[in-house]
Each structure stands twice: as structure tokens, then as C-alpha cells.
Design a protein around this ligand. Sequence first.
Ligand code: ARG
Length: 407
Amino acid sequence: MTKRVVLAYSGGLDTSVAVRWMMEEWGVEVICVLVDVGQDVESSESFDDIRARALAAGALECVVVDARTEMAEEFCARAIAANGLYEGKYPLVSALSRPVIVRHLVAQARHFGAHAVAHGCTGKGNDQVRFEVGTHALAPDLEVLAPARNWGMTRADSVDFAKKWDIPIKATKEKIYSIDENLWGRAIECGAIEDPWAAPPDEPYTLTRVTKLEPVELTIRFEAGVPVALDDEPMRLADLIESLNARAGATGFGRLDMVENRRVGIKSREVYECPAALALILAHRDLEDLVLERDLHHEKSRLEPRWSELIYDGMWFSPLKEALDAFFVETQRHVTGEVRVRFEAPGLMRVVGRRSPQALYDHGLATYDADDTFRHADSEGFVRIFGLGVKTWAARQGAKNATPPAS
Ligand code: ARG
């Protein structure tokens, strides 16, 4: 029986060529899986058009999976709980969508009795790592194939290959940017961006073009760490993210320009636009400031970068990541309340207010006014004992630290 491969299909040049190339070179049957993770398919193209391209390339079948809700409620929600920012900045846009896709690849591989899954990534990026490690975590028996890592074709060769096989691609031999997008934002690489000194060009941005000059103020409501309403309008998380992408993006908020460390040892300059992701993480963090007890809050903050690294490195399905999630779930029990945010063009966001029935902020303890309830006298003994070790140490050292440097 001819072997079957299930390919993660995007509709772009590489994955379209991969269908025919694997058939010709490896003699396999190819089933495509097109996972909707909230990517904004260019309006001229529907998922039906993309599916038709997969079939024209020779796929036996192309399954379209709607995973928008799953992406939001399982993956983005966990990223919010973890305040997930890789290297303190990048909200893991592509990294979050890969495990969603992997899960559907594996499910379809089982359904079609495939021996392998495949992806269209090259050998230089993180996404190959995420597809492969993710697949092995869910299905240790499945092979993972990476045709684009093997074929040695340039982009121009791929365009010729597509022509030769009558694959109806829209790509041309010159491609400027490599763009990956989903509900959580857009990642843009290549072209002029490869020079880290060059200011990023305006043209690849779509979510963050300034169309609204007046400030936009919004109230985001969280329940147990999950955003549930915008300006008192209850929304499913996927819709809330989409709405916030539009409303915050219109003021130019959400752009990132960074040099990041890829898992494969390469430093690369990338730009991103992710208005909703950044706004939700900033708002969520602010609410945590109000409701989390100090030690819990500090410990959580120490674990967040580790979680983000794991996700970036393709370890969504891994024991440490699961254990950290269990910890974060516990921390979110009281993260309920509202955060008021203000966006001002171009690209500024500030949290201007927060409130919660679970707030640990106590006005009587915090105020300097007459209704102060704090027992000032208690501080005297507390501070004396708190500083006792240092005082003892200083007495041994003499006054050596007390002399300011000569100017
Ligand atoms: N550097 C980002 C990451 O590894 C984005 C990669 C996106 N891929 C792309 N073709 N633009 O998560």
C-alpha cells in the first residue's frame, strides 16, 4: 500500500510545492490539513480557494479545520495567565499556533492511517523544532518529514516547479517578507528587516496602521485570569481578541521590533504586530498587581520567563510546561476584576485604572489621610529586627561604606 503523509498546509508556495514534491520524490500520498488559527486569509482568498490549490497540487484530500476557538480558549488563555513574553517582549505568536496545528495533524494522521506528518519549514527556524518535538510528544510512533529541508530548491526553483506541475500559486520569484499570522498577531521576517540597523518599513503592517487619532479608552474584564468582556460587552475570547486587535491596532499600538535568539542558535531581527496580545498581557499583569499576594506574585513572575522559553522552544506538550500551567491555574483563582486602558496614537497604551472584588489593596492601610488604619508604632520593632543583620555586619566593617567617593 502506498504510504500516506499528512502535511500542515498553509496555501503558500512552499507547502503547495511540498505536496507534489513528496509525491514525486518519495512516492507517497499526501493529505493536507489547513488549520484556521485565526489567520486573516487575504480577502481575495477563502479557505475553499486554498483547499482547491492543495487538490490542484495533487493532494488526495485537504481537510480544513476551524481551530479559532481552541487557539483562543486553550492557547491564548494560557499565554495570558502566564504573561507569556519571550525574552520579555515577544508574545509567542507563531509559537502558540504550532501545537494547535500539531494536534490536528496527528488526529488526521490517525484518521487517514498515515505513517508520517510533514511541514514546510526550512532548517533555520524555530517552527521545525515546534512541529517535530510537538509531534513526537503526541505520537512517538509517527515520522516527521521536512521536504523543504531536503529539496535544495531556491525560491525561483520552487516557482518553476509549481509552473511545471500547474500548481496555481500566487507567489512570484521575488518575495519580500515571510509572514506568519494568527489570532495572537503577525510575525514578519526577511527583506529590509534583515538589516537590524534599518528602521522597519511600513508596508508589511496591516493590524497597526493608524486610522484613529483620538484616544481610545476601554475596560477589560477578567474572570479567573481570562478576559471575558470589553466595555461590559461579554465576548468569547476569540472575538474579544479580534475586536481588541482592531480597536487597539487602529491607534498604532502593538508593534515590536526585536533581535531575538532562535532555538537553533541564530540571532534574528524580527518585527511583530500584536495589539490584542500585548494589551491583554499588560492589563492582566496590572490586575495581578492588585490581587496577588506578594510572595505568590514574585514567585509567579520568576516562572513566567521559563514558561515562555518552553513555549518558544516547542515544548508545549512537556511535563515541565504542564506543571507550570497547573501552578498558574492555581494563581488565577482570584484574578477577577476590571482594568481600564487607554490607547493614544501613535502606539501608546497605558493602564489608567483597575478594580476588583478580590483586591488586596486596602485603602485604610495605604492612605496617608486621617482614616489611616495602619499601626505606625509596629514598624519600629519590625524595621529594627529586619535590619539587624546588616547593622551587625556594618559595625564589624567600620565606616568604610560611609565615605562618598571623592569627586
Ligand atoms: N520568530 C518567531 C518565532 O519563532 C516568528 C516566526 C514566524 N515565521 C515566519 N515565517 N515569519 O516564533
